[in-house]
Design a protein around this ligand. Sequence first.
Ligand SMILES: N[C@@H](CCC(=O)N[C@@H](CS)C(=O)NCC(=O)O)C(=O)O
Length: 216
Amino acid sequence: MRLYSFFRSTAAYRVRIALGVKSLDHSIVPVDLLAGQQRSPQFLSENPQGLVPALTLDSGTTLAQSVAILEWLEETHPDPPLYPEGTLKRAETRALCQHIACDIHPLNNLRVLRYLSDPLGLEQSTVDNWYAHWIHRGFTPLEKAVGQFGKKFSLGERPGMVEVFLIPQVFNAYRFKVDLTSFPNITALDERCQQLPAFYRAHPSRQMDTPQEERA
Ligand SMILES: N[C@@H](CCC(=O)N[C@@H](CS)C(=O)NCC(=O)O)C(=O)O
């Protein structure tokens, strides 16, 4: 499998974590979003949506959209599972994941933040306030949900789909210097996950396209 990725992309980071948790062999094809490579004819021929991640399977088919890719990985490589047992628990997990993927991430992704600056003309400080506002609104219900994991993970002794979505969003919030002191459960969960090999290796500071100055 080939994962089209950008080191800092939170949506690609989700898929990198899941590939690692499931120990699936893959190569990474970096797509430099800052240089606009996502709009190149070559990349658009792989993923007409012009976004990372995209996953090219051994059959040659390319899947787009991180949620679709993660669901495909879970269905075709169920071991270890990223969802809990039981239809209700799985629905609750999907609700948390979609809260992040649909209600937080799209408001704060690269093209939206850029549009706020140009053409809308907002100052960088106002764009930063926009970013922090949506993180605070989004993290408030998540903080309560994560509190129920105690000092463990969403699946008890191990992390699952909630962490796959949440940890990249926490990374991005830190990158934008959002004050996360009112989210101690979330930041503690992030620290626990960073100790685990799949999360450690998927981190944006450890990718082949990570610039020297952003390497861990
Ligand atoms: N809903 C998509 C979002 C993908 C997305 O927004 N990717 C960003 C990076 S995190 C991207 O490729 N941005 C390129 C651009 O905005 O031009 C998913 O979950 O895969």
